[in-house]
Design a protein around this ligand. Structure first.
Ligand code: NAP
Length: 402
């Protein structure tokens, strides 16, 4: 609990924490009450000094609600766009406070009350403007933070390949792991030439017995500072129609391999008091996913494991992050036997992960995926979520496997 409170309130001045708590109160308690429970005839809403009443107030409250939610989130995560939004919003309130009594009372009385109400918010605007650097994380390069070497599993394609490119761009030497050695060698040549980094290739089947240990043995002579447990496969279809050998391979690759690799490489990071473990989970891990049942269960496993390691390792100087992509354009759909559908680029997903690393335990790539993941897992009943997911997954699953 104290770790959580420390995490919540550190990195901001005290007065900004008070504004953050106020915005969270408005977003989660006051605005929902104001919009959904307060009688229409009693409702009032003020924007820039102009007062709305009745149904107009109800509608005018919606952008207010959105704004308070965005502000609460922006303060909590110290998003860079808050450098502009925070002073802008305080200025809007200051102008509203200044004008409203003038419209209400007129003459000198209105002017006086306008000044009294407006000046504190004008000062708050100034304070936000002066404190705008609090919304910029000065974190140094990944290499400075975590060390010289990264090990990336599933680097021969898709998200893993983009992780390798992004880390090498930051000057980090890479160990590339997957089964297709020729693809890894081609990527290794590209990284060496473009970024002048050292690259090792470990062609290995991580789903096979002893595979993860052989990889860990092969890197025993270097200090791996970033472990990216990314290799993973899906398998589309109804459970009773699926091949159990393929399911077993999937569980071994998606769940067992990250456990084994992390257990070998994490102690070194802990002893050095720096390092990072990234797990590629999926939004599929937030909920039951019929026609991808075992896959979504493996991704729930990755999510819970990664977030638990995040909490355990906070005080040891080691960061952990679960990346939860939504549909992404890689070889995944073909390997899983899904019907083709659209998705995000692998590089945008990797950018989301590297931006969030060290700041939070997990990140959903893409705001729409975030909305869907949270709406499903937090607000809807479990039967509804399961049925809705089955309906959607049926559109992506070949008929004979439904
Ligand atoms: N694409 C999506 O829509 C999506 C969405 C959410 C989460 N994810 C997750 O993202 C991660 C990466 O997937 P991706 O989208 O980049 O798919 P991908 O393009 O198919 O890449 C999968 C990678 O895993 C490697 N791999 C597969 N089986 C392996 C094994 N037995 N041993 C070692 N390596 C193995 C593959 O290399 P080889 O074939 O050469 O071994 C490849 O490099 C997975 O964990 C997946 O669950 C993907």
């Amino acid at each position: 609990m104290s770790d959580w409170l420390h995490d919540l309130f550190s990195g901001r001045p005290w007065w900004m924490n008070i504004v953050m708590v106020f915005c969270a109160f408005m977003a989660f308690i006051y605005m929902p009450w104001d919009i959904f429970w307060k009688p229409v005839e009693a409702d009032q809403e003020v924007w820039l000094g102009v007062m709305f009443t009745g149904w107009a107030a109800k509608f005018a409250a919606l952008p207010h609600w959105y704004l308070y939610a965005a502000l609460a989130y922006g303060f909590r995560r110290r998003r860079s766009w808050m450098r502009i939004l925070a002073p802008l919003y305080a200025a809007q309130v200051a102008i509203g406070m200044l004008l409203w009594p003038n419209f209400q009372y007129g003459s000198w009385t209105g002017f006086f009350f306008g000044l009294v109400a407006g000046i504190p918010f004008a000062l708050l605007t100034l304070a936000f403007w002066n404190a705008r650097d609090h919304f910029v994380h000065r974190r140094g390069s990944l290499r400075e933070r975590y060390g010289d070497w990264a090990l990336i599993t599933g680097a021969s394609a898709g998200i893993g390949l983009e992780f390798a490119r992004a880390l090498a761009r930051d000057g980090i030497h890479c160990v590339l792991v997957a089964r297709r050695g020729e693809k890894l060698e081609a990527l290794a040549a590209e990284l060496r030439e473009k970024f002048q980094v050292e690259v090792r290739v470990e062609a290995e089947d991580l789903a096979s017995p002893g595979g993860p240990d052989r990889v860990a043995d092969a890197v025993a002579d270097i200090e791996v500072g970033i472990l990216v447990n990314n290799a993973g496969i899906g398998y589309a279809g109804r459970f009773d129609k699926q091949d159990v050998t393929r399911l077993t391979d999937m569980v071994n690759l998606n769940c067992l391999a990250p456990v084994l690799l992390t257990s070998r490489l994490l102690p070194g990071m802990r002893d050095r008091h720096r390092g990072a473990v990234i797990m590629t989970g999926s939004v599929a891990g937030r909920q039951p996913l019929p026609l991808h049942g075992v896959y979504s269960a493996t991704k729930a496993f990755d999510l819970h494991l990664g977030e638990a390691i995040w909490a355990e390792m906070r005080s040891e100087g080691v960061d952990a992050l679960v990346l939860e992509p939504g549909p992404t354009l890689t070889e995944f759909q073909e390997v899983a036997g899904e019907l083709q559908h659209s998705g995000a680029s692998a590089s945008s997903v990797v950018d989301a992960a590297l931006d969030a690393l060290g700041l939070q335990p997990s990140v959903v790539a893409g705001w729409w995926n975030w909305v869907r993941a949270n709406a499903a897992s937090r607000f809807a009943s479990r039967p509804l979520v399961a049925y809705a997911a089955r309906f959607i997954m049926a559109m992506q699953t070949p008929k004979e496997m439904r």
